[in-house]
Each structure stands twice: as C-alpha cells, then as structure tokens.
Design a protein around this ligand. Structure first.
Ligand SMILES: CC(=O)N[C@H]1[C@@H](OP(=O)(O)O)O[C@H](CO)[C@@H](O)[C@@H]1O
Ligand SMILES: [Mg+2]
Length: 538
C-alpha cells in the first residue's frame, strides 16, 4: 500500500492524457510511465494468479525514439496478453489514484481470482536509459502483491517471450535462460547449415545493424555459439549512436534507405523483434527485402521440404493490407499457397496463423514468424524416427525438424528470423539478388495525416482495406485509384501514433507517390486534417 502511494504520487500524467493498451502495449514519453509500470506489475501478478502460470512483462518502446518507453504483457505460452486483459490494463492505467484499489478489486471479482494462489512474473527491459527505473517499478508492483519475480535485466523482447514459454512448458520449449536460448537456436542453425555445401567466407558474412539497441548486445553474446558459420559484422552496436536514430528496421523500411552498404545486410529494431534485409547493387541502388520477401522465401523453402518429405500439411501465409500486391499475387498465383489478410498488429496475424498446419506470418515491416501446429510437429517427429523413411525424405524431414527448433514460435524474433533466412539462403545457394528476383515489388508510399478529432473518425472494414467512415472517403479513394495502373490504396488510424496512415502502391514510384498524396488530401479534407494541407512529394 505504501509503495502504491509512492508510485501514484509520481503520477505525472498530463491532464487529458488517457493511455490505451494499443497494438503493442502502452507507449509514450518515458516521463509519463512510472505509475503505469507499477500498475502493470500489479496486473501481471493478478494474471499469473488467474492462469496459475508465469507471466512476462517487457519494458520497451521498440522502434520508437529513445526518449519514449512502453510496456507489454506476455501470456503463459509466450503470446501477447488476451484482449479482455488489455481492457483491464487500460482501465488500471487510467484509474485515478484513489480508485486504484477499487479497480483492482473489480478485476479480482470479475475474473474470480483466488488471491491465495502464488504468482510468478518474469521481467525484461531494453537499453533505453529510462528502462532501469521503469522495470524496477514493475518489479515493485509484483512484490507489493506478494508475487515472485525473476528479473532477466537486458533481454530482447522475443527472448523474454521465449523464457515465459520455456517456464510454463516445464522446459519442453527449451531452458529458460539466455544461454538456453543461444544453445537451442545455434544448434538448430549449425544442423541446417551442414546441409549447405562449400560455403565461402563471403557467403557466411552478414552485415547487421543493431539499431544501437539490445539486439546488438545479444548478437555479440551469441556470436561464439555460431562457430563462425555466420560471420556477423555489427554496426550501430550502441557504443556511440542513439537508439533507432538513422538506423534500425523501421528507418530502413519507411525511409527506404540503407544505414550501411553491402551485398547482404539486415537491420533489427530497438527491441529486436523485427528484421529487414537489403543490399546495394553494383550501380549503387538500394534494394529492400522486407517482411513480404521474407515470408515468400521461407514459405517457398518449407513447401519444397514438405513435398520432398511427402508430408501432406497445409501451409498458409498471413499478411496485412500493407503487404505488397506483388507478393500476394506471387504467393497465390505462382506458389499456390493460401494467403489470408488480417488487421495490422502481430496478435491478429498470430491468431490467424494458428489456424493452419504451418502458418507463416509477417508484417511488411519485418515482424513475423512461423507457427507449426502440434499435429504437424508430431507428424514431423514421427517421420524422423520412422526406419522406413528413405534418404531423400529423411533429409527433408530432418531439415524441417531443425527449422522448427530454429524458429521462435512465440513471437517474431529478429535473431531467430535472421538465422532462419541465412540458413535458407545457404541451403538453396542463393544470394540476396537471387532472393530479390523471386518477384518485383510494386513501388509504394506510406504517408501520415494528422486530424483534429479522434483519428478513429476513420473506421475500416475488410481487414482495414476499406473505410466505412467518414462518408464519401472510400468512394473518393476508389475514384483516385482508378486513375493509376496496378494501383491500390487504403487508410487507417494508427494504433501506436496519433495519426491516420495512408498507403498507396502503383506501377511506378511517381504514380504511387502521387496517389498517396491525393488520398492524403482526401483524408485531410474529409476527416478534419490539421496543420498545412499535405503537399505533393515532387
Ligand atoms: C504500418 C505499420 O508498420 N504499422 C506498425 C505499427 O502499427 P500502427 O497501428 O500502424 O501504428 O506498429 C505496430 C507495433 O509495432 C506494428 O505491428 C505495425 O505493423
Ligand atoms: Mg519491436
């Protein structure tokens, strides 16, 4: 109670600022978060008592500026916390100081929580300067309700998801330590790359941009486990530059610029749960290999292995509206895999992917992973052991087994995805150019418009691909899209920033830019834009 009082006294929440547990938890300037962290410690303790499992709390604001921070809750199997509890999180975060106890009691009653149950909460943090005191506030919140804590300190977001899953599966998923994580992934990686013959040092070399964040630290720690089968050249390792500043996955994807030049490069984001690849060609041109290209590479590889192994498992790729139209066309028409489109936000993709034997999901920005159903994993394991399997099938099924071990199935993971991509390129003997040539991206543009009212005046349907309000907006977009070749455009309110996002793609960059601009103007006019009218890009 004393601690509750202390934290609530530091309630620097500016008047009118209500925080929403959004697409990626709470996220705002670090100075507003002290009491929120403490309260999320309380909530995680309740969630742990309710589920009789260990719960995770990660302190990070991912790709956002260094001054920001945020918090995410992790459910027992390492997945994002369920929707109902997101609601409780919002409720607790915005409660007045003197109604906090009442709010807690409400949740306990509604969820019928037995307060005599023990509680266990795993806590992790990224490298932001504010993360140390904020994660302490989470730990204090847990302790004040008598919960047990394990402070993992500096870890990537996916590492904490992995720990939670390991703990609640009693070690079946792996051992809940950072070494356990490195061991599991590196063993699988080494097993896979044994299947790639005659790799040169050049082919083993990869330029990694650590976004000046936690991913850089963890990559350094992991390097010895990889036994030079991957030779990482690390930049933006946090020794001098600022977190996410002019580097990192989000910068590369949105600005379409390379923070480093090479034949095969990748960038992590600030908490290492996203990755994009890119390279510079002989003419000095930048080529982006984003989440859509990653999904295509991985699903092609998996499909081939399934055929070789003679396994009849359904494979699907889950995307969002931001997926490049060329990728969707390639997956559906050429690869003939099921493609499904969900709303933005990893939890939506994750849930959709769970519906298939093998669900490959990636947001265009590089956040994603592969999920193997229990039944699929069982079939693969049984076939590995089956003495009647011939050599070709055995090889394929063993590759599948190692692939399962390499992939962090709890959440998108930059390190795990990177090792997966490196292994696939090595096994197939592909360069970044070969990978890029699988299909050609349609030129595209993303813009933001700020509106004066609640940005949710824009309501969408059909996995955010069509706007149902304000009136007339969708008709206007439809008319504009018709002016261009191979064009597509949609708008939606962001779940992490106070803006409306505009996306457009078309046959040329000029057309994509011009369409994005025209749609921005329509949003500005029909949804109450503020500030200057959007200006053309050229
Ligand atoms: C277009 C885009 O990249 N949107 C991102 C961004 O969400 P918005 O709701 O668009 O702000 O942040 C999310 C959390 O990191 C991520 O899941 C999502 O893909
Ligand atoms: Mg992130």
């Amino acid at each position: 109670i004393v601690q509750m009082f202390v934290y609530n006294c530091f309630q620097n929440q500016p008047e009118g600022l209500t925080l929403q547990y959004g697409t990626a938890g709470f996220r705002t300037h670090a100075k507003h978060l002290d009491h929120i962290m403490f309260r999320m410690g309380l909530l995680a303790t309740l969630r742990s008592k309710k589920t009789k499992s260990t719960i995770g709390v990660m302190v990070t604001a991912s790709h956002n500026p260094e001054e920001d921070n945020g918090v995410k809750l992790i459910d027992p199997m390492g997945e994002m916390v369920t929707a109902a509890w997101e609601g409780y999180a919002t409720q607790l975060a915005n409660a007045e100081q003197d109604s906090l106890l009442k709010e807690l009691k409400d949740i306990i009653k509604k969820e019928d929580i037995d307060m005599s149950e023990p509680a266990s909460v795993y806590v992790g943090k990224d490298t932001r300067p504010s993360s140390a005191s904020l994660s302490q506030a989470v730990l204090d919140g847990v302790s004040s309700l008598g919960g047990k804590t394990h402070d993992y300190g500096l870890v990537t977001t996916p590492q904490l998801h992995y720990m939670v899953c390991c703990c609640n599966t009693h070690g079946c998923y792996g051992s809940p330590t950072v070494e356990g994580y490195y061991q599991k992934l590196s063993q699988a990686f080494l097993q896979l790359t044994q299947n790639a013959l005659n790799r040169t040092d050049d082919q083993k070399r990869l330029l990694v941009d650590g976004a000046n964040g936690i991913g850089a630290l963890k990559m350094r720690e992991m390097e010895p486990f990889l036994r030079s089968e991957l030779q990482v050249v690390l930049s933006n390792d946090g020794s001098s530059g600022k977190l996410n500043h002019m580097c990192g996955a989000d910068y590369v994807k949105v600005q379409q610029k390379a923070p480093q030049v090479g034949e095969r490069c990748c960038s992590f984001d600030g908490d290492a749960d996203r990755i994009v690849y890119y390279y510079t060609d002989s003419k000095g041109c930048f080529h982006l290999l984003d989440g859509d290209k990653i999904a295509t590479l991985i699903s092609t590889y998996l499909k081939e292995l399934l055929t070789q192994a003679g396994l009849n498992l359904q494979i699907a790729v889950v995307q969002t509206a931001y997926a490049n139209g060329s990728s969707t066309r390639y997956l559906e028409d050429v690869m003939k895999v099921t493609v499904c489109c969900t709303k933005t936000g990893v939890k939506h993709l994750h849930h959709a992917a769970q519906e298939y034997d093998i669900g490959v999901y990636f947001e265009a920005n590089g956040h994603g992973t592969v999920l193997f159903s229990k039944a699929a994993q069982k079939q693969i394991q049984e076939l590995v052991k089956d003495p009647n399997t011939n050599d070709e099938r055995k090889r394929a099924v063993k590759l599948l087994e190692s692939t399962i071990n390499l992939i962090n199935q709890t959440v998108g993971d930059a390190i795990s995805d990177m090792l997966m991509i490196e292994a696939v390129l090595a096994i197939r003997g592909m360069s970044a150019q070969d990978w890029d040539a699988i299909y050609t991206d349609l030129p595209n543009r993303q813009l933001k418009v700020t509106v004066c009212a609640d940005r949710r005046v824009i309501d969408t349907t059909d996995a955010e691909r069509r706007a149902v309000s304000p009136e007339g907006l969708q008709d206007t977009i439809d008319t504009l899209v018709k002016k261009y070749k191979s064009a597509r455009s949609f708008v939606r309110p962001s779940g992490t920033e106070d803006v409306v996002r505009v996306y457009a793609e078309a046959d040329t960059q000029e057309s994509a830019d011009s369409l994005a601009h025209e749609v921005s103007l329509a949003v500005y006019r029909l949804a109450g834009g503020i500030g200057d009218e959007p200006k053309p890009l050229h």
